[in-house]
Design a protein around this ligand. Structure first.
Ligand SMILES: Cc1cc2nc3c(=O)[nH]c(=O)nc-3n(C[C@H](O)[C@H](O)[C@H](O)COP(=O)(O)O)c2cc1C
Length: 297
């Protein structure tokens, strides 16, 4: 059962909570700007993402406050000086980042208040945050105000000029190592998520050829009482159906042969045992064998 909300009928504050709760986890842009007098400002924004590389496009939104329709210092600064450094937020900085989000009076330097170290940028006036492992020096290409009322977004469309990456978070191929960078994301309410340990997992993409799809799997697999949607998704992401040779080989594979040749098992029990074995094979990374086994009954 769903509860359905009409965005035109519910208060903005409720729509905001629904967005924050379900459009998550969101990356956090820790945006460093300066005002016309060159005074620094630092604040986090999770209405943020990357959108393209040609031209390089990063967008974040220091929105109008819902409660009193005032604007944020970051937004006002960007209208005066159209340059920003967006700093990545990692677990080791999360409490200080949160402190920097306090609504200090205009002109207060959040670098000092939150204890971050300013680093001089190469192409723009705002400082970089030394404690952040990735710092994007950006020029603002455009600002789109989606409205003039409280809660309206101000889309800051940025072009990346330089990106600085601390080599401690890089792997030997010179790429950012997901296991080293330890990023945090913003969830609903006061929740954050930390991208490390068991929270990280890989899903192989079917890249070279179109995948066969779940609808190409035998009915016995699709109607399985054992296999989950994720497991069927992984089988359906295969590029080929198993051929006759593969079917013959898997039929003779000891654990499969034991199931199929077991006279004591009903047809239903054979199918269930076969699907449990398919699960084991998937867990061990033997996807081709798992797929072939799935085509046996
Ligand atoms: C993790 C986090 C994410 C936030 N994301 C946003 C956001 O996307 N848009 C926004 O307007 N405010 C956001 N805020 C609140 C601003 O950081 C806060 O209003 C801050 O005081 C604005 O600072 P400024 O006036 O110096 O620009 C966020 C706060 C936190 C802690």
């Amino acid at each position: 059962m769903y509860k359905t909300f009409d965005s035109a009928l519910i208060p903005h504050s409720e729509l905001h909570k629904l967005m924050l709760g379900a459009i998550a986890p969101r990356p956090i842009a820790f945006a460093s700007t300066v005002d016309a007098e060159g005074r620094p400002n630092l604040a986090p924004f999770s209405f943020f993402n990357a959108f393209g590389v040609n031209p390089s496009t990063i967008i974040f939104s220091p929105s109008r406050r819902g409660r009193d329709n005032t604007t944020k210092d970051t937004f006002e600064n960007l209208k005066q000086v159209s340059e920003v450094v967006i700093n990545a937020v990692t677990y080791s900085m999360v409490e200080q980042m949160s402190l920097a989000s306090t609504e200090f009076p205009k002109g207060v330097d959040e670098f000092q208040k939150a204890g971050f170290t300013p680093l001089i940028s190469e192409k723009v006036r705002p400082f970089r945050v030394k404690e952040s492992p990735v710092q994007w020096e950006c020029r603002v290409r455009d600002i789109v105000e989606t409205g003039k009322g409280g809660g309206a977004a101000n889309l800051i469309i940025c072009e990346v000029l330089l990106v600085h990456v601390n080599q401690e978070v890089m792997n030997s191929a010179g790429l950012i190592d997901t296991r080293k960078i330890d990023l945090v994301g913003r969830m609903g309410g006061d929740f954050y998520v930390r991208a490390h340990g068991d929270a990280l997992f890989e899903v192989e993409k079917p890249l070279t050829k179109p995948a066969i799809g779940i609808d190409a799997l035998p009915l016995s697999l699709r109607n399985s009482t054992i296999l989950t949607g994720n497991e069927l998704g992984r089988l359906g992401s295969s590029e080929y159906r198993p051929n006759a040779d593969e079917l013959e080989k898997i039929r003779l594979f000891p654990s499969i042969k034991n199931i199929l040749d077991n006279e004591g098992l009903s047809d239903k029990a054979k199918l269930e045992n076969l699907h449990l074995e398919i699960r084991n094979m998937l867990r061990e990374g033997r996807k081709d064998m798992a797929l072939a086994a799935g085509f046996l009954l």
